[in-house]
Design a protein. Structure first.
Length: 276
C-alpha cells in the first residue's frame, strides 16, 4: 500500500540511526517503540482521561437508563448530552490504537523486507544482508509459529506470553469493576478488556517477532505511563476536593456569622422593648 511506504521509510531511517549508535537490531526496535509512544503520549493521555470520565459517569448513566428505559431515542439524546457535559469521547479509548495501525503495518513491511526500505549502504543493511537479526535467540524477521523445534520456540512462547500478561495488566489499569455488575456498558468494557489481550496474543504468534517486541515494549511503557497519569489525576482530584472543602468552609463561616449577627440584633431589640 502506497500510504504505508512513507511510514516504512521513516521507521527504517530511525532503526538505521539507532543501530549506528548501539549496534543491536532488537534494542533498536525497543528504542523506536519508546520514541513512538512518547510522540503519541497526548493521545494516550486523552484516552486515559476519557476512560476515567466514562467510569465516573456510570452512576448517572444508570439513572438515565432507568428514566428512559422505554424510550431508546430519548435515552440516546440524554446520553449524548451527558457525554458532552462531561467531556467524554466514546471513541477516545480506541483512537491511539487506530493511530498506531499504519505504524504496525509499516514495521511489518520493514521487518519482512528490510533491504527495500533501509538507507542504501547503511550499517544495519550490511548487517542484515549477512546475518539473521537475532535477539535473545529469536530471529526477529520470522513469526513464532515458524520457529523450529519446541526448544527453539521457547523464547518466542515467553515473548508472546509476556505480551498477553502485560496487555491484561494494562487493561486492568484503565478499567475498573462497576458498582453495578448488571450494568451492560460495564460488562461490555470488561469483556473487551479480556478479549483484546488474547487477540494480541493470537496475532503475535503469526507476526514477525520484531513486531511482537514492539507490542511488548509498548505495553510496558504504557503501564508505567498509565501509573503516572493516574497518580497525577488522583493528586489533582484531591487538590480539587481540598479547594472545594475550603470554599464550603468559608461559605459556612459566612452563613454562621450572618446568623450570629441576626441573633444578636434580635436579642438587642428584645432588651430595648423590655426597657420601654
Amino acid at each position: 500500500m502506497a500510504i504505508i511506504e512513507p511510514f516504512a521509510l521513516t521507521i527504517a531511517f530511525v532503526l538505521s540511526y539507532v543501530f549506528d549508535i548501539i549496534s543491536s537490531y532488537g534494542f533498536s526496535i525497543v528504542i523506536l517503540t519508546v520514541f513512538i509512544n512518547i510522540i503519541i503520549f497526548p493521545l494516550t493521555l486523552r484516552q486515559t482521561r476519557s476512560t476515567k470520565r466514562m467510569q465516573d459517569a456510570q452512576p448517572e448513566l444508570q439513572k438515565l437508563q432507568k428514566q428512559h428505559k422505554d424510550n431508546k431515542e430519548e435515552l440516546n439524546k440524554a446520553v449524548a448530552e451527558l457525554y458532552k457535559e462531561k467531556g467524554i469521547n466514546p471513541f477516545g479509548c480506541i483512537f491511539p490504537l487506530i493511530v498506531q495501525m499504519p505504524i504496525w503495518f509499516a514495521l511489518f513491511r520493514v521487518l519482512r523486507e528490510p533491504l527495500v526500505f533501509l538507507p542504501e549502504g547503511s550499517n544495519i543493511g550490511t548487517f542484515l544482508s549477512g546475518n539473521p537479526p537475532l535477539f535473545y535467540r529469536m530471529d526477529l524477521q520470522i513469526p513464532p509459529s515458524e520457529a523450529g523445534t519446541l526448544i527453539e520456540k521457547a523464547p518466542y512462547l515467553v515473548l508472546v506470553l509476556l505480551v498477553v500478561l502485560t496487555a491484561l495488566y494494562q487493561q486492568k489499569q484503565i478499567t475498573r469493576k462497576s458498582d453495578n455488575p448488571n450494568n451492560p456498558q460495564a460488562k461490555q468494557m470488561q469483556t473487551i478488556g479480556k478479549i483484546m489481550p488474547l487477540f494480541f496474543g493470537f496475532i503475535s504468534w503469526t507476526l514477525p517477532a520484531g513486531l511482537v517486541v514492539y507490542f511488548l515494549t509498548g505495553n510496558i511503557f504504557r503501564i508505567g505511563q498509565q501509573s503516572l497519569i493516574v497518580k497525577l489525576e488522583d493528586r489533582d482530584g484531591k487538590d480539587g476536593t481540598k479547594e472545594e472543602k475550603k470554599q464550603n468552609d468559608k461559605e459556612d463561616d459566612v452563613e454562621n456569622s450572618v446568623e450570629e449577627e441576626t441573633e444578636s440584633r434580635r436579642k438587642n431589640r428584645k432588651k430595648r422593648k423590655r426597657r420601654k
